[in-house]
Write a protein that binds this ligand. Structure first.
Ligand SMILES: C[S@@+](CC[C@H](N)C(=O)[O-])C[C@H]1O[C@@H](n2cnc3c(N)ncnc32)[C@H](O)[C@@H]1O
Length: 152
């Protein structure tokens, strides 16, 4: 077993899962705050220099897991490790946010898709080294193409 201690909690406008934008083309522009515990604040030194952060967090209000399921972005089933489903063997979430500003242990960010009170496990600077032409978007690109064809 692996035991982890949250380093802080997300302050989000989303109180329940229905409120979070979902589906193809959903935009994640919501602003919120990553409230980091005082004992971890020294670990935020120099974070202001990064425009974007990886936030690693726990789906604390998700139960069970489906190894195969249809996500809101498609009506076809896919393996859980090919999706961002909350119902996973280890309920860990990963979100890239834009860092707007830091107020001591509070990081004001844009782009959250977490519920209010979500436990934060870790934060790392976002550094993408993958050139766009090397990225493949798998079934998601196919679902977007089908949606474009049907016009819905
Ligand atoms: C599709 S998941 C993607 C999350 C993250 N960007 C990822 O890729 O791991 C986003 C959904 O997780 C759900 N969610 C957000 N915070 C949660 C929490 N603390 N516990 C359970 N479900 C949560 C919301 O319904 C939201 O629409």
């Amino acid at each position: 077993m692996v035991t982890m201690q949250p380093i802080g909690y997300v302050r989000s406008p989303f109180a329940d899962t229905q409120a979070v934008p979902k589906g193809l083309g959903a935009k994640h522009e919501a602003e919120g705050v990553l409230e980091i515990g005082a004992e971890f604040e020294p670990g935020l030194q120099d974070i202001e220099g990064f425009s974007h952060l990886f936030v690693i967090w726990a789906f604390d209000r998700s139960e069970g897991c489906d190894l195969v399921g249809a996500p809101p972005t498609d009506n076809r089933p896919h393996g859980v490790f090919a999706t961002r489903s909350p119902r996973r063997p280890n309920p860990i979430g990963l979100t890239v946010v834009e860092l707007l500003r830091r107020e001591g242990p509070r990081l004001h960010v844009r782009g959250i898709d977490m519920l209010d009170g979500t436990p934060i496990l870790d934060i790392k600077p976002y550094l993408s080294s993958v050139p766009p032409e090397r990225l493949r978007r798998g079934w998601l690109a196919e679902a977007e193409a089908r949606k474009g064809q049907s016009g819905s």
